[in-house]
Write a protein that binds this ligand. Structure first.
Ligand SMILES: Cc1cc2nc3c(=O)[nH]c(=O)nc-3n(C[C@H](O)[C@H](O)[C@H](O)COP(=O)(O)OP(=O)(O)OC[C@H]3O[C@@H](n4cnc5c(N)ncnc54)[C@H](O)[C@@H]3O)c2cc1C
Length: 467
């Protein structure tokens, strides 16, 4: 039974823990306590019993052992972009201080600490002509993103982020530091890749492969929202037979009427073709030319760009905000699926409580890896669907949760497994069991039983230990 309170802890125990730490220990009432556990997504709040701001692997190990001794649950947070269960009454390990990354140009690898963001890797790798498999924004945590799969603009060419991991250094739920790779603790290595966000211990560092990408062709072209249906239909045809160098998406976006949005977009709806061609610009341009020949867009922002500017493809928000994502793999973009997307993005009775819906083309290197090779199981759908809403109040959050659930229910059998990275909180917990093949789920639960039979790490993916 996990304790929900620190009341039983002697202040001496806390003092002792602080004395061993390189980082800070914070309890309710301390200055900086709130900031130490508030994540990027402002819709969610934790009420932890204490927060350890880890600065080293030994801080993490000390924190885990302390939590064990005092019967506390253990939650891990890097950025708070993908919260699971609120860490109420738990010991929360804040990893954001462990944000170093080093690149070895010769082996084309990066050593990345467990709290680093992709920007920390990009800043080191792009001057050396190397690219990591980040997603749409460099401000998401490398580890959280990777543990959930990790689908970015190089996915069709090089695969998911988990496919680029060589090893993880992990502090286990027992408080031991070990390396999980294909040769050591291989089952844990298998499980972490897609099945280990916050539920199998703390990744304190990892080594990932980098890829020789310097100059790419990417961007967006925008058509008016009124053309959304025909653009979706054309997108479905357009992606057929695409080379793996091209990872593209179609996005229907309702730009909010706020000053931060450029005036020509503000308060209007657009349907956008976005993505990245990782190859010569002339080759990429030829694919975009098909759209320009088809209908003139409002604006075409595809351009040759250095890989370092990859974030401009999606222009995701950097500052914290209250949001609710949802997402799942989409088997096919059928006519019925397109009707459903249109109905939910443009409901007859007023504005949709969805900011955007994006459909990314997948396949290529993503689907060449066997489903049993990693715990991560979704490899064969053609598309990945994501929907995001802004949720400024709890009431709006509730409306959005219901609306997104209805949207996914209406898409019915067009949807394949959930994509855990595009879910959060309660939805992420509930979706966990359906995100894996039954065989992979059983194997994952067995690994959980081996490393965390007491389920002390029960705040991320909801994987119950096998009996
Ligand atoms: C704006 C935005 C854009 C995104 N774009 C993409 C995208 O293009 N592709 C994609 O695949 N996903 C994308 N995501 C989803 C993102 O990958 C997930 O939300 C991911 O869980 C975030 O990880 P984090 O570490 O930043 O967040 P956190 O909330 O800090 O962590 C997420 C989960 O990972 C666990 N975790 C974090 N660090 C560690 C660690 N060191 N050891 C063990 N567990 C850890 C946490 O316990 C938690 O369960 C995006 C999300 C946002 C908000």
């Amino acid at each position: 039974m996990l304790s929900n309170s620190l009341s039983t802890l002697a202040p001496d125990a806390l003092k002792q823990l602080q004395a061993t730490l390189d980082g800070d220990l914070l309890v309710p009432g301390d200055e900086g306590f709130e900031a130490a556990h508030q994540g990027w997504n402002l819709s969610y709040h934790h009420a932890p019993a204490l927060v350890v701001k880890a600065m080293s692997a030994s801080d993490v190990a000390d924190a885990v052992r302390f939590a064990r001794e005092h019967h506390l649950g253990i939650a891990v947070q890097a950025t708070g972009h993908g919260p699971g269960r609120a860490a109420d009454g738990a010991l929360l390990i804040n990893m954001s201080g462990m944000n170093h990354a080093f690149v070895d140009a010769e082996s084309r690898t990066a050593w990345v600490e467990g709290g680093a963001k992709w920007i920390n890797v990009l800043e080191k790798s792009t001057p050396l002509g190397l690219a990591p498999l980040l997603g749409s924004t460099p401000y998401v945590g490398v580890t959280g993103y990777t543990l959930g799969g990790g689908m970015g603009w190089l996915a069709r060419k090089y695969g998911m982020a988990i496919d680029a991991v060589n090893w993880f250094d992990v502090v286990t739920p027992e408080g031991d530091l070990l390396r999980a790779s294909a040769n050591e603790h291989a089952e844990l290595f298998w499980a972490l890749r897609g099945g280990g966000a916050g539920n199998l211990g703390v990744v304190v560092a990892m080594e990932i492969n980098l890829y020789p990408e310097t100059d790419v062709y990417g961007g967006n072209l925008l058509y008016p929202g009124t053309m959304a249906r025909e653009v979706l239909v054309k997108f479905r045809e357009w992606v057929k037979g695409h080379p793996e160098n091209l990872t593209a998406a179609v996005t229907i976006m309702h730009y909010p009427p706020i000053p931060e949005v450029p005036e020509f977009l503000r308060g209007q709806s657009f349907v956008q073709i976005r993505g990245l061609y990782a190859g010569p610009a002339e080759e990429g341009q030829a694919y975009i030319q098909e759209w320009l020949d088809w209908r003139e867009p409002v604006v075409n922002m595809w351009r040759p760009m250095p890989f370092a500017e990859i974030a401009t493809v999606s222009n995701d928000p950097i500052d914290p905000l209250p949001a609710k994502p949802t997402g799942a793999w989409l088997r096919e973009l059928t006519d019925e699926a397109i009707d459903t997307i249109m109905n939910f993005m443009f409901p007859p009775d007023g504005p949709a409580p969805l900011l955007f819906v994006e459909i990314r083309h997948t396949g290529g290197a993503v689907s060449r890896v066997a489903k049993t090779a990693t715990a991560y199981s979704s490899r064969d759908a053609q598309f990945l669907l994501e929907a995001v809403s802004i949720t400024p109040t709890p009431e709006i959050h509730e409306i959005v949760v219901k609306y997104q659930a209805e949207f996914k229910a209406a898409l019915g059998s067009a949807l394949a497994a959930p994509y855990l990275n595009f879910t959060d909180a309660q939805e992420r917990r509930e979706a966990t069991r359906n995100a894996f093949t039954p065989e992979n789920l059983r194997r994952l639960q067995a690994v959980k039983a081996q490393y965390d039979a007491e389920n002390r790490f029960d705040y991320g993916f909801d994987v119950k230990p096998a009996k």
